[in-house]
Design a protein around this ligand. Structure first.
Ligand code: NAI
Ligand code: MG
Length: 339
């Protein structure tokens, strides 16, 4: 098989964690062909565009990409559009898969194993905002098409693994048209695809209740399917139980295309110090192996190497890596477990 990867480091600690993750991926895929590409805030400042066409072409040609993180302004900057949202929408990366799984020593709860399946192209992130004098309006767009695709992805995940419960998270009581359409479409897809020998259950949870349950009973949640903004917020919340942002991986999937990315941002507070945790980026490459290259044994191999490196090799105190633990130390510990 031909393994090609477009590598987009982006800004801040993206430049530190992505090279580390590429080293790990090359260890298990020695024939991996890497193509470097640019995107992000620095790219916008130098080229006037956050995602150059050459980068989009490179992702399309490689089929798979690893994206670090970007910095973005919190105020409107003329001509700037969010890098990752641009990529998701132009490449139609409609499913964002965010697993939250406990890791030894670092995770405050040891039995969490949930996956958040987040619609990735519309909802509150439709990009449709406008001003009406003193009123600012954002349009929350829900389509039957996108709801169908994300539901199909969630069902595929239920049927692929040993998952037991699918929670449809919405707020249809307050937004009956938009979230009503989302909920009803997901239900229709489940009715169409669920097989008689599928043993998993389906439930509906309102988003505020889901936020509470992620805190109070995270072990009882399994697979969550939800809309864009809800999935964004709930996945950061859930990531706490795995040990925090430095450990949370994700993957954006389209038809035949995948962009893996750590959930965290560019972390300007620690950028350039060589202390960024590369595990979120490394675990994101395991998601490429699992969901894009469909190589479960290799995906598990990378994840096991991370778990064993944490349990056996790395200095940990009070659920955290010791303060001076370097990106390089963590990377080498994982690489050593892949020998
Ligand atoms: P952040 O995720 O960059 O940082 C939040 C906190 O977590 C910081 O204290 C940071 O030091 C820590 N942290 C994050 N990743 C870490 C790692 N790998 N190892 C150790 N510590 C880590 O979020 P923040 O501070 O809200 O945003 C900073 C910038 O990143 C902003 O410009 C924001 O727009 C951007 N951002 C980009 C994202 C992306 O590219 N997908 C996602 C979130 C934020
Ligand atoms: Mg987020």
């Amino acid at each position: 098989m031909d393994y090609r990867l477009c590598v987009i480091e982006g800004d801040g600690i993206g430049k530190e964690v992505v090279p580390a993750a590429v080293r790990v991926l090359k260890k298990v895929l020695p024939n991996l062909v890497v193509e470097n590409a640019e995107a992000g805030w620095e790219t916008f400042l130098s080229q006037g565009v956050s995602v150059p066409t050459t980068t989009l072409d490179s992702i399309r040609q490689c089929g798979a990409a690893l994206f670090g993180a970007v910095s973005s302004p919190s105020k409107k900057v003329s001509g700037y559009r969010s890098t990752i949202i641009t990529m998701r929408q132009i490449l139609d990366l409609y499913a964002n898969i965010r697993p939250v799984k406990s890791l030894p020593c670092l995770s405050p709860r040891q039995d969490v194993n949930m996956i958040i399946v987040r619609e990735n192209t519309e909802g509150m992130y439709s990009g449709r905002e406008h001003l009406e004098d003193d009123q600012a309006v954002a349009e929350r767009v829900i389509t039957r098409r996108a709801s169908t695709r994300i539901a199909e992805k969630a069902v595929e995940l239920m049927q692929a693994g040993s998952r037991s419960k699918l929670s449809i998270v919405h707020k249809a009581n307050i937004m009956p048209l938009t979230d009503g359409m989302f909920r009803d479409t997901v239900r229709e897809v489940i009715d169409r695809l669920k097989k008689t020998n599928d043993t998993w259950d389906v439930e509906e949870v309102l988003v505020d209740t889901a936020a509470n349950r992620i805190i109070s009973q995270p072990e009882k949640l399994d697979v969550i399917v939800t809309t864009n903004l809800f999935g964004d917020i709930l996945s950061d919340e859930a990531a706490h139980w795995a040990g925090g942002m430095g450990l949370a991986p994700s993957i954006n999937l389209g038809d035949g295309l995948a962009v893996a990315e750590p959930v965290h941002g560019s972390a300007p507070d620690i950028a350039g110090k060589g202390i960024a945790n590369p595990i979120a980026a490394i675990l994101s490459t395991a998601l490429l192996l699992r969901y894009h290259w469909h190589d479960e044994p290799l995906a598990s191999r990378v994840e096991d190497a991370v778990s064993r490196a944490i349990a056996d090799d790395l200095p940990i105190a009070d659920g955290k890596f010791a303060n001076d633990t370097k990106t390089e130390t963590i990377t080498q510990a994982v690489l050593a477990r892949l020998n």
